[in-house]
Design a protein around this ligand. Structure first.
Ligand code: GLU
Length: 636
């Protein structure tokens, strides 16, 4: 273990300071001289604004073929992401005739450069992929795995557990490089070179640091290793500020290796050796952490999504080892049974039904969910109408299902809905309400042929473990802290196991075709943020932007409600009087990106609680349902 690890600094280390965001954003705009326009063609949205992107050659929001903004519509293709630069790169791919799959690959490579605190090849994620030509929806699971040699006591240390995010024990086998090339090879039409080159160029020649990256650099210095500090500093040794031009030549070199060799260039050979050496350097017990053999054995999984009918549509998302989509599907079905649409979108009743359902579903998540390669998760039972109706029937107005004199909600018994709940001892996985706005990133792409991608990508905390592989330019995740620290539950660590996630890349299908995509960062708040966007869109008939700006709540099996700006005072007072406990002040919940798809038009919206941007490509024309050949075997 190296000196810069403070074992007393728990996983809850408050990495994030989101205070003063608006001020910083204004300052960023002043510093860079970029224009925050109010022109968003074809949206009709009064609040839409865009941020001009000057870093991407051949792309401009002023160009008549692109619509940029917080909400925009276009017929030829759509991208929505937290990062305007990555949005520009992906929109160019769409203009060149690339598919949603191609655009998503270029976008993720770029995010690794421009938003390295949120995702990258040192991390993992989940990708929901709908292919119009075949009408299939699949998910690519690039979740990190524990070493094949890990044991349930991975975190037990001198008789105590400590999920320090900076240890080698926290670092899982990254999956994103494999996900990128799997998506491109299995679904994409463009060459690796075409899709990785924009990221290489930005890393080599530089890009404008935005206020959020600057905040993450400055707010995380306590955990950054020398390689990271050097990469995040200018030639004079000063940490980058908003508006500076940052380069990352080491990452450009790593991408060149991947460009030449494909995923093998990452999972085997010198990059893998350096990654394994860095993980080992920070390990307490080098025998339990990811090594070169683990990296060489890593592969993504392509799975069927978890599905649930809901009103007249179908909800689909990543199955285990992410709990998020299953929880969302349980919750939304319960809310349907509770006739949530009878109550106003800002009524006490709506907020109450939401919180009550989430207490129950999250308790079930903690009791039953884990990596289904290791644990028999009763997904069918949890998603059965009989069970969800029984759980919904327990909810009443004027009182809460949250048990008195207990710090946690009890799970149900999915095998016997009317039975007494089983004993419940959730492990003390700590949670961090400060994480509610982010860590992680969600982006989504749709093309004119009807192909769609919904991808949540993460290195866990902002800046992950804080450790960059020296000479390679990418951060290593701390995803394994998503395991329970204490052995015994379904989410205990095991060799080659994937930790339970909350990430929730979702699609809503009508007659088998995507009609809405949604997802968010934010740790445990991800399912709440994502499902409220779907609820607001479908039950309250809101526009895509309204569906993600409508005030939202966040809660879990420990109770306590985080609420975002705009929840009325009266509703909060009544919720308290019904037995809920609410935070004193508002805080953002998640950072949601969505795309709505209809026969004539695509409408994208990016959450204004950061500087996300939706970019539509107006050319090409809609060609939905005709599909497009995958163009497999495009080589390098
Ligand atoms: N590691 C988290 C998960 O997979 C995501 C991190 C975050 O968004 O805070 O659930």
């Amino acid at each position: 273990m190296t000196d810069d690890i403070d074992p007393t600094k728990e996983i809850e280390g408050r990495d994030i300071d989101t205070g003063g965001r608006q001020l910083n954003r204004r300052r960023f705009l002043e510093l860079t001289g970029v224009s925050a326009g109010s022109l968003a063609l074809g949206t009709g949205s009064a609040t839409a604004e865009y941020q001009e992107v000057t870093d991407v050659g051949g792309f401009s929001c002023e160009h008549p073929q692109f619509n940029c903004g917080q909400e925009v519509s276009a017929a030829g293709g759509m991208v929505s992401t937290v990062d305007p630069i990555a949005a520009g790169v992906a929109a160019r791919v769409l203009r060149e005739g690339g598919t949603a799959f191609d655009a998503a690959v270029a976008l993720q490579y770029t995010l690794n450069v421009t938003q390295p605190h949120g995702s990258g090849i040192g991390g993992g994620g989940f990708t929901v992929v709908h292919e119009a030509a075949s009408g299939t929806t699949e998910v690519i699971d690039s979740r990190e795995r524990a070493s094949q040699d890990a044991t349930p006591d991975l975190y037990l240390h001198e008789g105590e557990y400590n999920q320090n995010i900076q240890t080698g024990e926290a670092m899982g086998t990254p999956g994103t490089a494999m996900a990128l090339e799997t998506l491109r090879e299995e679904y994409g039409t463009m060459s690796r070179q075409r899709l990785i080159n924009p990221a290489i160029k930005l890393a080599r020649n530089g890009f404008t640091v935005d206020w959020f990256l600057a905040e993450q650099i400055h707010g995380n210095t306590h955990k950054l290793n020398d390689a990271a500090l050097e990469t995040y500093s200018d030639d004079a040794g000063n940490l980058y500020e908003a508006g500076d031009t940052m380069t990352n030549p080491d990452l450009a070199d790593t991408f060149e290796i991947i460009k030449r060799e494909g995923p093998d260039g990452f999972y085997e050979g010198p990059v893998a050796a350096d990654l394994a050496a860095t993980i080992s350097e920070y390990a307490r017990d080098p025998d339990q952490v990811v090594d070169e053999e683990d990296l060489a054995n890593y592969d993504v999984k392509i799975n069927e999504p978890v599905r649930k009918e809901w009103y007249d549509v179908e909800l689909v998302g990543q199955p285990m080892p992410s709990s998020g989509p299953t929880v969302i599907e349980m919750m939304l079905r319960m809310l349907e049974f509770l006739n949530i649409g009878d109550y106003d979108v800002r009524s006490t009743e709506k907020y109450h039904l939401f919180a009550e359902s989430m207490y129950s579903c999250w308790a079930d998540r903690m009791a039953y969910m884990g990596d289904d390669e290791f644990v028999d998760v009763p997904v069918d039972e949890l998603l059965s109408d009989a069970y969800l109706q029984a759980r919904a029937d327990q909810i009443e107005f004027g009182t809460t299902v949250f048990p008195e004199n207990s710090s946690t909600m009890y799970p149900g018994d999915p095998w016997n809905a009317s039975a007494k709940p089983p004993d419940f001892n959730p492990s003390e996985k700590l949670f961090d309400s400060a994480a509610a706005i982010g860590n992680t990133t969600h982006f989504t792409t749709v093309d004119r042929w009807g192909n769609a991608v919904s991808w949540t990508s993460t290195i866990e905390r902002f800046m992950g473990s804080g450790k960059m592989v020296p000479g390679r330019g990418f951060m290593i995740n701390n995803e394994l802290t998503d395991f329970d620290a204490e052995p015994g539950g379904p989410n205990q660590p095991n060799g080659w196991k994937r930790p339970l996630s909350s990430t929730s890349p979702m699609m809503v299908l009508r007659d088998g075709k995507p009609e809405f995509t949604a997802g968010s960062p934010g740790g445990w708040s991800i399912p709440d943020a994502t499902l409220q966007a779907i609820l607001h869109r479908y039950v309250y008939d809101q526009s895509p932007l309204e569906s993600i700006t409508e005030p939202r709540l966040y809660t879990h099996h420990y109770g306590g409600i985080t609420w975002s700006e705009g929840v009325p005072d009266g509703a909060r007072d009544t919720l308290e009087s019904w037995g809920h406990s609410l935070n004193d002040g508002p805080s953002p919940v998640g950072n949601v990106q969505v795309i709505a798809i209809d026969d004539d038009e695509l409408t994208g919206a990016a959450d204004p609680n950061r500087d996300g941007q939706a970019v539509g490509y107006t050319g090409g024309g809609r060609n939905r349902g005709q599909g497009r050949d995958r163009g497999r075997g495009h080589g390098n």
